[in-house]
Design a protein around this ligand. Structure first.
Ligand code: PMM
Length: 293
């Protein structure tokens, strides 16, 4: 089995992130009023920056800043509002020496964020939401996360229909890679993400996690975003039979982190970075068969 140094990673990362000998921890920072887990907490720039620095200090390698909620049912916001939310936060985090990625579906926001110092573009739509995205990222020279996505959040639940979810998601992601490559974005800079919870029901998510080796076998780096998502709450109902609430899903998230890191994913996108950091280090030692790298 390959060691963690053999994890596939995208070209174009800053050296410190390219050198990591384990799965990368991406900490979630949503500057939104309505994201399902941290919505409303970090709309204020100072609070957002303080949280980003805290996540970095707890072990996040990269802080993923987003200004537009993608929770099921969410409506779109205006592009200028998205930029007003994220740019001051990115600028201050970069000034504080924090590595930042931008979570956006818009080429213009991606370009402005990279201009402010972000080092990776995380596009939950894989380029489907904005026809200019792939060419823009090609120009920007940074790595690009192409997540599996079918429609905006107000329509995605009706599109959770697959013949074979793993085969369909792999084929749709490969189509996004072809589109990116056609626009001049080299495949070496692309990270694939199965998009857990996006146009997927719980069994779709579990099937994709079960078949993660198939996604990894495509040879591109993989990012997994399971953190605190609804399918984890539904798996672990409380005594009242209700899904486990969002703030009690971190242990389950950490279990997914350990499995995904053990299988060799490049990165995990999580809210609770400290515990996922432990899980990643356990997985790295397990992959190596010894404690030290
Ligand atoms: N999930 C959310 C937002 N952005 N980006 C990637 N690449 N993968 C994900 O699974 C993903 C994402 C939604 O979760 P949040 O509201 O906690 O940010």
């Amino acid at each position: 089995m390959p060691g963690p140094v053999d994890l596939a990673r995208p070209a174009g990362l800053p050296d410190d992130l390219a050198r990591l000998d384990r799965t990368l921890i991406m900490g979630v920072l949503n500057v939104t009023p309505d994201s399902f887990s941290d919505g409303g907490r970090y709309l204020d720039v100072a609070a957002a920056v303080a949280h980003g620095v805290r996540l970095r200090d707890q072990g996040a390698d990269l802080i993923d800043v987003g200004g537009e909620s993608t929770r099921p049912g969410a409506q779109r916001i205006a592009a200028d509002l998205e930029r007003e939310r994220v740019l001051p936060v990115i600028t201050e985090l970069v000034d504080a020496g924090v590595r930042v990625s931008i979570d956006t579906m818009r080429a213009e926001t991606a370009a402005a964020a990279v201009g402010a110092g972000a080092c990776l573009v995380n596009d939950v739509s894989g380029g489907l939401a904005d026809p200019d995205m792939h060419a823009a990222v090609a120009e920007l020279g940074v790595p690009y996360v192409a997540m599996h996505w079918r429609a905006h959040s107000d329509r995605m639940e009706a599109l959770a229909q697959y013949d074979d979810v793993v085969r369909d998601v792999v084929a749709e992601l490969q189509a996004r890679v072809s589109s990116a490559v056609d626009a001049g974005l080299p495949a070496e800079r692309i990270v694939l993400d199965p998009g857990l919870g996006f146009a997927k029901d719980a069994d779709h998510n579990w099937a994709l996690l079960h078949e993660l080796p198939q996604l990894l076998s495509l040879g591109l780096p993989v990012l997994i975003g399971a953190s605190r998502k609804r399918f984890l709450g539904a798996l672990l109902p409380g005594g009242d039979g209700q899904p486990r609430p969002v703030d009690q899903r971190d242990d389950a998230t950490d279990a997914v982190t350990a499995i995904a890191a053990g299988l060799g994913v490049w990165g995990v996108r999580v809210h609770d970075v400290a515990a996922s950091g432990d899980a990643v280090r356990v997985a790295a030692a397990w992959r190596r068969g010894r404690a030290d790298g």
